[in-house]
Design a binder for this molecule. Structure first.
Ligand code: NAD
Length: 472
């Protein structure tokens, strides 16, 4: 069934009136009330919770993803995000006093007031369609901003369920869901927003940034990139590294923004690593890894399937496990694939893989590996370091500017509401999750004041012209 049948595109000629409705609602000031924001968030949480079965079913239809995986990687995070925001919102909306240097400022009471930015546009992708849509909605409501949400057309079953949940749970004055593809997103981008948050690939990120420039609209760009994994000579348990990498790479068929994209392994550990990965794959998925496997997700669309298929067909590396055997275009399935001895100019080393393939690049020293990353794939969204030498870990962190770093573990940094999810450079700008979600749609207004007593005015007289009087 086509996405247009499941989520018919929202007519573009309704966009102006919908935006005006949200602006009018913002101007009533109802979102200024923290009680109102909390009531909306609680209602949304209960509606979300009541619909969990529908959500699991929809994600399985979109991605053939096992229910448990959706619970583990999306629903538990969303639950924590709701509880963190609901628990702390009264604290976050308070004015924050800042240091007073005294002197002429001694009565100024300088402080920062968090104020909502206004009506925001959020554009999301398909790979984690539950958390990537619910989290920005939580963020916007928490910050007091009405939101227009454009979900990805590539995960229509999940979009349809979430669209219904938002409609049933929330005041129509604070959210408008837009269904559609490129024409609808392009039309949305011609309107004037108080902030745009885009999650997706860097090529479209550049289109969004160009549209935002016209109105000087502030942007949060949550993009991707090639996230490296280092397994150094100081990694004590290559088997532990293999277990974690196999999990973090092959959940959701590798369609994860922070997925380990490629491995840089110490030359003396490479053979052990390949052997461990093979063993772990066998232990977890058995030897029949095909489209009917209940624990392996599928690729989201045929164009993405063809892109990944093409990479495997064209790689110059050695396919150690997986490959094109059992690849199924109708089912959009590719089995977990490990490729070793991958040269720098290989097709696997050009762009983010975003699929179930992990290349191990040709062996070299740690210094050469760092040079390779900084020269070719600078500022990745994430970096993973398997090493039991804290000095080495620290050195790698100072050499490579990554959005996040996880030591002896993969992808879990995204699940911690107290840590920001954020890229750097080409992997994005602007953070969210937990308190950062509140901040992303909040302006930090600088506030101070001065007394109007005649004596204070007398003290401040020195600053007024004519300056010549003070020059003697
Ligand atoms: P996608 O194709 O669903 O695109 C994302 C959104 O952009 C969709 O709503 C889509 O309708 C819209 N869009 C697509 N083409 C457009 C165009 N030409 N003009 C205007 N809008 C357009 O998703 P995707 O980009 O394939 O998502 C995968 C990418 O997202 C990967 O690079 C991944 O790393 C990144 N990602 C990043 C994060 C993060 O938090 N940093 C999270 C998830 C995914």
């Amino acid at each position: 069934m086509s996405w247009e049948t499941i989520t018919p595109p929202t007519p573009i000629d309704t966009f102006d009136s919908n935006l005006q409705r949200l602006r009018d609602s913002f101007e009533t000031g109802k979102l200024d009330s923290v009680d109102y924001r909390l009531e909306q968030l609680r209602t949304l949480w209960f509606k979300f919770y009541d619909n969990l079965d529908n959500i699991y079913e929809a994600v399985t239809k979109d991605l053939h993803r096992p229910r448990f995986e959706t619970e583990l990687t999306e629903v538990l995070f969303v639950r924590d995000e709701f509880s963190t925001v609901i628990k702390n919102l009264r604290k976050w909306v308070k004015e924050e006093k800042v240091e007073n240097p005294g002197g002429p400022f001694q009565f100024a009471n300088p402080r920062i007031r968090p104020v909502p930015l206004g009506v925001v546009l959020v554009i999301t992708p398909w790979n984690y369609p539950v958390m990537l849509n619910i989290s920005p909605v939580i963020a916007a409501i928490a910050a007091g901003c009405p939101i227009v949400l454009k979900m990805s057309e590539l995960s229509p079953h999940t979009s349809a369920v979430l669209g219904r949940i938002f409609k049933e749970a929330l005041d129509p004055g604070i959210i408008q869901v837009v269904y559609g593809g490129v024409p609808e997103t392009t039309a949305l981008l011609t309107q004037h927003w108080d902030k745009i948050m885009y999650t997706g690939n860097g090529a479209v990120g550049r289109i969004i940034a160009q549209a935002a420039v016209k109105n000087l609209t502030p942007l949060a760009l949550e993009l991707g990139g090639k996230s490296p994994v280092f397994i150094t000579s100081n990694c004590k348990s290559v088997m532990t590294a293999a277990r974690r990498i196999v999990w973090g790479k092959f959940v959701n068929a590798g369609q994860i923004c922070v997925a380990p994209d490629y491995i840089l392994v110490a030359p003396e550990k490479e053979a052990e690593l390949v052997a461990c990965i093979k063993e772990v794959l066998q232990e977890r998925y058995g030897s029949k890894r095909d489209a009917h496997h209940p624990d392996l997700s599928h690729i989201i669309s045929k164009p993405h399937w063809k892109r990944i298929h093409n990479m495997i067909a064209q790689t110059k590396g050695d396919i150690q496990v997986g490959g094109l055997e059992n690849a199924d275009e109708d089912q959009k399935f590719i089995q977990p694939t490990i490729v070793s001895n991958v040269p720098d100019d290989d097709i696997l080393m050009q762009d983010e893989i975003f699929g179930p393939i992990i290349p191990i690049i040709k062996p070299r020293t740690l210094g050469q590996q760092v040079d390779y990353v900084t020269r070719n794939h600078d500022t990745p969204l994430a970096m993973y370091i398997f090493s039991d030498d804290p000095k080495e870990v620290d050195w790698l962190q100072t050499r490579i500017r990554a959005g996040s770093v996880n030591i002896n573990e993969v992808i879990e940094q995204v699940g911690l509401a107290s840590l920001p999810l954020s890229g750097v450079g080409a992997s994005g700008t602007g953070a969210y999750h937990g308190k950062f979600s509140f901040d992303v749609f909040t302006h930090k207004q600088a506030v101070m004041g001065q007394p109007t007593w005649p004596f204070f005015e007398y003290l401040m007289y020195y600053r007024y012209p004519p300056y010549s009087e003070y020059k003697m």
